[in-house]
Structure formats: C-alpha cells, structure tokens
Write a protein that binds this ligand. Sequence first.
Ligand code: FES
Ligand code: FES
Length: 314
Amino acid sequence: MPSAPSPQHDPMRAPSAEPVSRDAVAPISVGLRAPATTPSSSVQGDENASTPVTGCGASRSDISAHGCAHLVAERLDHADATPASSAPWQALQALDPALTRRHVLVAGGACAAGVGLSTEALAQGSPSAAPAVPSAPVAQEKLVTLSRVTLQVNGQSHTLELDNRTSLLDALREHLKLTGTKKGCDHGQCGACTVLLDGRRVNSCLTLAVMHDGAQLTTIEGLGQPDRLHPMQAAFVRHDGYQCGYCTPGQICSAVAVLDELRAGVPSHVSPDLNVRPLLSAEELRERMSGNLCRCGAYSNIIDAITEVAGRPA
Ligand code: FES
Ligand code: FES
C-alpha cells in the first residue's frame, strides 16, 4: 500500500492561506521574470524546507522532490480541472495579471533544463548560490573520452580522434563531410542514414563510430558519382524513384544490400520457406525495404528500379 503523501509534499493540497509575495514565488517562476530584489526572509536554511515559496503552497522540499517542471505541470493539471477558480492559478495571476498559461508552460521547460542547478542552489540556502551555473559544463568536460578510430570509407583510410559518443552517422557527416548520407530521425526509424558496413547495410545513426575501427564503409558517394552512376542510381533516375530525394541515398544503399542478401539466400519475414532460396518478388522487396521510409511516397517506382537492376523487367 502506498503511503499517503505528507502534507508538505502533497502537490494537490490546498494553497497556503498566508499572503504570498512576488519575491517568494521566484524559485518556481524562473523564465517568467526575475525577482525584483533578493528577499531577506525568503528560503534560508533547512529549517524553512516546508515554508511555502509559491503561490500554490509549494515548499522548498516540494521543489526538491518533484523538480520545477513537474511541479508546474501538476499545478497546470489542477488548473485544467477548474481554470477559473483554481487556487494556484489565481495566486499566480494575483502576482502578475499579464501571466498566461503559455508563460507558465515556457517557464516549465526552462525549469526542466535548469532544475538540477536550481535545486542545488536551493539546497545551499541562498539565491546567491546561483553562480554555480558555469561550473556544470566544466565538470562535464572532464567526462568526455576521446578515441582514435581508423575507418576505410569509400576506399580511403581516415583516422579520426572522436568523442566515444559520436555516432557513425555524425562521424561521416560532421567529421568527414560526407553529407550524402542523410540524418532523418537519428533514432533508427527512417533508414535515411543507411550505409554499407563491411558489405551489410546498417543504420549509421544507431551505432558508434568507435565500434568500427578498421571497418570498410561505403556511402552513396562511394557507390557512384554523377559522371559514373551505380546501376542502382541510374535505375532510380530512370524509374523516377524519388521526389525530394532526401531518403534516396539511404534507399539506394539499402537496395544494393537487398540484392546481395537475396543472392546469398538470406530469408526475410515473408519468405515462405527458410530452406529454399528466396525469390525476387515484389513482396520480398517491399518487406526488405520496409526500414527505408519515403515521405514522398515513391515506393512503387523504387520497387521497379530494384527489380530492373536485379535483372527482371520492372
Ligand atoms: S536517421 Fe538513422 S534511421 Fe533515421
Ligand atoms: S523522395 Fe522524398 S522522402 Fe523519399
């Protein structure tokens, strides 16, 4: 059984009956406006942890426990139920009649970004602890680890000094300036970043460059160039397999690998028999290309292009 929230931590409790000053609301109104002065009687020391510091009765311990954005969201939820009579909302508007719900949402986002710092400042018991802000990036920099990686890209060797967190996609685009490979979702969902890694297709946004020291990579630039197109590139042009073209480099790399998979007899989800070499059918191609999305909807022309390169009439 979850225990009942203590009165000082209950986000839905009734607001304080005591009058609330603009200064007192400052810790949660980051992003709305700066406090006019530093209140001598505002939050000071642990003994004041339960002192309400917001118009809706939130205390320092509320803010520490929930985080500013969470707290604002809870207050908004409450306000949603009874927008006109909501006590938290009325308290905030009493402090600033020009305040809108949009202001509060923006402030919530700002609080979410800085909640770690603001709670740290609160924990030190004084708004003057705010200068701790510049120290955060310094502390983070010490955690960055660099590694030396050698990638064989399109037949050329490249040695890079990379932050270990660099994705293969960012290594290609940002460090080697091979911007033919596109970043769509950066989450492995669209296939725009598909490249060939040791002959197999991979979503380069989903793998770290440091994992592939010595690997052979082929990007769209390595498949062909305008004056000597790869047969798959030429077929895409012939069959109008693109419109905006953003997904096309990934589609073409993927299509080249699909034909290699079919030649090697690799089954797919729609292959009827795992012991029989899969046939080159539209169903097989559609299934195998399903990880490459095209917002322009050029799918049927893409299938025609791949079918032609595979040696069958489209
Ligand atoms: S950018 Fe890699 S899958 Fe979308
Ligand atoms: S051609 Fe525009 S997203 Fe595929």
